[in-house]
Design a protein around this ligand. Sequence first.
Ligand SMILES: Cc1ncc(COP(=O)(O)O)c(C=O)c1O
Length: 395
Amino acid sequence: MAGSVGKRGYAARVAEIEPFRVVEVLERATQLAAAGQDIVHMAAGEPDFATAQPIIEAGRAALARGETHYSQAAGIPQLREALSRHYADTYGLDVPPSRIMVTPGASGALLLIAALLMNPGDGMLMTDPGYPCNRHFMRLVEGHGQLVPVGADSNYQLSGELAQQHWQPSTVGAMVASPANPTGTALSREDLAGLSAAVRARGGHLLVDEIYHGLCYEGDAPSVLEVDPDAFVINSFSKYFGMTGWRLGWLVAPEAAVVEMEKLAQNLFISMSTMAQHAALAGFEPATREILEERRDVFRQRRDYLLPAVQELGFAVPCKPQGAFYIYADASRFTDDSQAFCLRLLEENGVALTPGLDFGHHRANEHLRFSYTTSMERLEVAVERLDSVLRGANA
Ligand SMILES: Cc1ncc(COP(=O)(O)O)c(C=O)c1O
């Protein structure tokens, strides 16, 4: 058994969980930077801003007060209450704290939900392209991601019709992200209602990853809870709140499911970082919200600059990204090997991008993801450099 140690080797699931392809690009970028080359980083899936100062100060104060012990497995009550108010203020929804669990990132929420819902052999519908870890979480609990190839005709999202078309006897539900990684496309209230109806008609579960809420540039994205109170919602302090390294997220679930997931959380994590939870409370203060809203505007400005620039370079972006900080570009005019193409753009132009292969299989070799998680000045440098190399190919 290749890559195994000892007589019995490793579990079969390990071979089916793929590494991030972009790591090869990032490692090469580090080597090139060490050798003196200037690299424009457009591969990161996290905000370039440091965590907002009031959150950092609240974290410091929590440490000074001695908040260094385990907390409740579902999160500290103050944070669950703050999140409940967040649903009331942002969406006009009544979501009691008892339906909200704080988790170690959205990643922790995804793991809990996968563990709750999947039996061996079960399938979960999800988009291809999509966030790659989703199918790996399903595999970890002996289920699998049922990848549905999506393109511009469905805004790179699952629809009620697609769910119906791809539903199998082993399917237990469907999951989407809105806005999505890598495409930035979002689902409208009607889209969510259509998907929910299709899933409900088959007795399935609907999971919506709302991690990029707050980072929408065409009006706010609706929460699935507005149309389906029984849906599972995944969210996080990583993106809008700019707290990737603090490892804090949350989920909203039907009341009975929370009881079961609390049991799982006790066993899997015991608790989240207590200090991080106290820090996150500051994320809801008006002074912090002001900083976060300014940052959202900066991301919007970057998108508004980068989207037409990428299209002028010769990439096709058929659906306008409505949120997140990504542009998923069709590079078929230039390549059918997105990994090699990314490495070439890095070597020759010092621009680090993410190959489409990181997001699934469907036309993945013809796509790249641009992250606008760097300053406008650096985006301009990247566009200038790409223009010089791609102009010949465009001609
Ligand atoms: C769609 C999506 N879901 C979940 C995550 C995981 O986020 P975290 O665990 O940092 O909250 C990411 C991270 O990039 C993401 O893009």
